[in-house]
Design a protein around this ligand. Structure first.
Ligand code: ZN
Ligand code: ZN
Length: 403
């Protein structure tokens, strides 16, 4: 049986760019290694989760490793919390949160003047335990934060405290069914205690002195329970690992029981150590059957709307891929994206992404270049839900469907 490496270039897919003479970033990049791998593999286009669907990195990665998000995804809360590097465990309930400003019981600013300084201090001041339920709050960018609660008998069938508009009080958390009454009760207690703590905090006293809106109300929304996912090792009989720079994806891998291999240079930014990351992943194949690699920089360049940067990131990525040529004898490699992030729209889109499966002995389909348009000449038109089927089949691990 061969080993498997699944390489996800985040936000890989692009559309034509004026700055690149009408080419996508991939088409414009000098990419001899990617072209070598495509020339020796089976190619085509992959639609993340479903054809034409605009997806997030969380749903797409779940799908790529064989957990259909339409069955397993439970809302953004737990994944955003993981994205902040929080420890999220199956059964935890997580929320997106903001610090807002409350004056005489009314929310006057849902972002507390985009509070920056003291955000982390405010968060840590309201970590607490109430009746055996633990509350963890961690800061995000600016006024944003996440709340994770852990305890027995929790439910995510509850309403938001965030009124979503100013001029109203924060809402009392309501249970949407009987099973959620306990959760609503402890959350309301937590929010009440948080108000007292935040009102008297030094951070807010200083903000008041400077005439800035206080961050004295944690507004929570989008409750989601971290899904209980079948462990990767049991599902596939493979020992899995990931080498990724972004906490949201390593959080997903942790949820399914993969080893998270830290590589100090893997930063999840455009300055990431591309070669080190690939070397670490190749090394991880020695004691793992399956290694997932995510390179985030392509998505960042897409969100920045910078096709030159996206092209340059792809060239750096390509240079790091040299060692992959040497492992095709005993490894199946897939190279794809988790969605498109076209520079021209600076957002994720439902456009498909190229995918290459490559290993010795595979059917070569005559595609010679790795990019969105050349992939049209390839054999495959698949969704990300099919990816693991191909990988298992090509590595001689597939179980027969039927007799
Ligand atoms: Zn992504
Ligand atoms: Zn993105």
């Amino acid at each position: 049986m061969k080993r498997i490496m699944l390489i996800v270039l985040d936000g890989l897919g692009d559309r034509p760019n004026k700055e690149l003479g009408g080419k996508t970033a991939l088409q414009a990049a000098f990419r001899p290694n990617l072209n070598f791998l495509a020339s020796n593999g089976t190619n085509g286009l992959m639609s993340p989760v479903s054809h034409g669907l605009k997806v997030g990195s969380d749903t797409s990665h779940l799908s790529l490793i064989g957990y259909d998000p339409r069955e397993f995804y439970s809302g953004r809360g737990p994944f955003e919390a993981m994205g902040l590097g929080m420890d999220v465990r199956p059964g935890d309930v997580a929320f997106r949160a903001n610090f807002g400003t409350r004056e005489n019981g009314i929310i006057t600013d849902r972002r507390a003047g985009r509070i920056r300084d003291g955000n982390s201090e405010l968060c840590s001041s309201i970590n607490m335990e109430i009746d055996g339920t633990r509350f963890f709050v961690k800061e995000g960018v600016e006024h944003r934060a996440a709340l994770v609660i852990r305890g027995s008998g929790l439910s995510d069938k509850i309403t938001d405290s965030d009124p979503h508009i100013t001029g109203k009080p924060a809402q009392e958390i309501m249970a949407l069914d009987r099973s959620a009454e306990h959760t609503a009760h402890v959350l309301n207690q937590f929010l009440e205690r948080s108000r007292e703590i935040l009102d008297s905090s030094d951070v807010n006293r200083r903000r008041e002195e400077r005439g800035e809106p206080r961050g004295n109300e944690l507004l929570i929304r989008g409750a989601g329970m971290a899904p209980v996912l079948p462990p990767f090792g049991e599902k596939y009989g493979m020992k899995g690992a990931c080498v990724v720079g972004i906490p949201m994806i390593s959080g997903i891998c942790q949820l399914v029981g993969m080893d998270v291999i830290k590589h100090p240079g893997a930063t999840g930014t455009v300055d990431t150590d591309y070669s080190g990351k690939i070397r670490t992943a190749v090394k991880a194949l020695k004691d793992h059957d399956f290694v997932l690699v995510n390179i985030k920089a392509t998505d960042i360049a897409g969100h920045d709307g910078d096709p030159i940067l996206k092209r340059d990131v792809l060239e750096k990525t390509d240079r790091a891929f040299g060692p992959l040529r040497d492992i095709l004898g005993d490894t199946v490699i897939a190279i794809t994206g988790d969605h498109s992030t076209p520079c021209s729209i600076k957002e994720h889109s439902g456009d498909s992404v190229p995918i290459t499966f490559v290993t010795d002995g595979i059917r070569k389909d005559g595609v010679r270049f790795y990019d969105e348009i050349s992939a049209l000449k390839g054999e495959l038109r698949i969704t990300s839900n099919d990816t693991m089927n191909y990988l298992l089949g090509l590595s001689d691990r597939a179980e027969k469907y039927g007799a």
